[in-house]
Each structure stands twice: as C-alpha cells, then as structure tokens.
Design a protein around this ligand. Sequence first.
Ligand SMILES: C[S@@+](CC[C@H](N)C(=O)[O-])C[C@H]1O[C@@H](n2cnc3c(N)ncnc32)[C@H](O)[C@@H]1O
Length: 201
Amino acid sequence: MRLRNDPKAKKELFNSPYLIKNFPYKISKNTIIELGMGKGKMITQFALLNPNKKYLGIEKYATVAHKAMKKANKNKLNNFYIICQDIKNINNLIRGKTKIIWLTFPDPWPKKKHAKRRLTHINFINLYKNILLKNGLIKIKTDNDKFFNWTLKHLKENNIKIQNITKNFHNSIYSKENIMTDYENKWFLKNKKINYLEIKF
Ligand SMILES: C[S@@+](CC[C@H](N)C(=O)[O-])C[C@H]1O[C@@H](n2cnc3c(N)ncnc32)[C@H](O)[C@@H]1O
C-alpha cells in the first residue's frame, strides 16, 4: 500500500508517542505484532478491544503508518505502538518473544525472480521465528490464491509445520473473533474468498 508522500504526515508520525524510535524495542509474550499493518484498521481495533494486551504494528511507509497513528489518537489507545521500518530488519528492531504474529495481505510479488521478497519466504519466516515463543503462532491472511498456494508448497518444502488452513476464512471457525483489515474488507465486498493459515513453531 503506497500513498502519495506527505511530509506533514511524516513529521506528525515522528513526533507521535506511538512511534518507536529507540531500538531494539522490548516485547513480551502479550505483545501481538502485525507485519505490514498498512493503515492499521485491524490492529488498532484489536488494541481497543483488548486493553490488557499490547499491539505493535510494523509498516515501512510513514505516510501509511500515519493513518494508523491517527486511529490510535482518535481512540486514545495506550496499548498500541508503531515501528516504521522494513521488516527485513526485524531482528535488530525487536528484542524478546511473543505468542502471536499476524501477516495480513502481504504483497504477493508475483514474478518468480522476486520470490525472495515474499514475506512468507523461508528467509523471512526464520526472522519471525527468532521473536516467537515455542508454540507461538504466525497467522497469515491473503486474498491472493497463487501466493497462498506457493506459500503452502514453499513452507512444506522447508519443513515448516502448518497448523490450520482454510481457503474460505470467513466461513471457518478461525474467523470467530476476526477483525477485517482494509484489504480484507475490500475483497470481502467483492465476494472474494480469503485464505488463512497458521504456522506453529
Ligand atoms: C497489501 S498491503 C496490506 C496492508 C494491510 N495489512 C491490510 O491488509 O489492509 C501490504 C502492506 O505491507 C507493507 N509492507 C510491505 N513490505 C514491507 C516490508 N518489507 N516492511 C514493512 N512493511 C512492508 C506495505 O507498505 C503495505 O502497507
């Protein structure tokens, strides 16, 4: 998700208490992370509904992360934080381990030559593993069937344990307490079935 570069948004984000500026940022088992949170629709709602947990959204574009910051401001959240950096550096940005990492509607990078940029590539999964507790979960939602099928095959080839899978998330038990992201909502309105899987370490 890219929005037109907005210097004012960048400045506001930088001056916001929601933005993490000192690294590594210490997390605990109750810090739920969303990778590529975009405008933060899902994670800020989770934060509002679960004041006893902490939520950390990672997004590389400041203009996009600024939208999440505005939602946090509006709801006066005090359990939500933003890291505006590239996920590839996650092991330098975060210290500690969590129980849950969400990866929501990642860019599919459809060209074969870009496979290593896919956020479900084993190189990325290994980075996430370093900040996950034993039995922790990576929860992945995507509209993109080709990306999903590639991910399943790629994870199996790399001996990664897949816990739960559905190609019709909204019709499954896994969506019981679901909150939709912006992309999810867009595809839902077009009747596109959403894919979901959980990786367990
Ligand atoms: C397709 S959008 C989905 C946004 C949101 N998760 C949703 O479902 O509405 C993917 C988001 O991931 C962010 N992103 C992609 N690669 C990233 C990376 N390496 N580090 C941080 N953010 C990334 C993009 O900037 C974009 O906002």
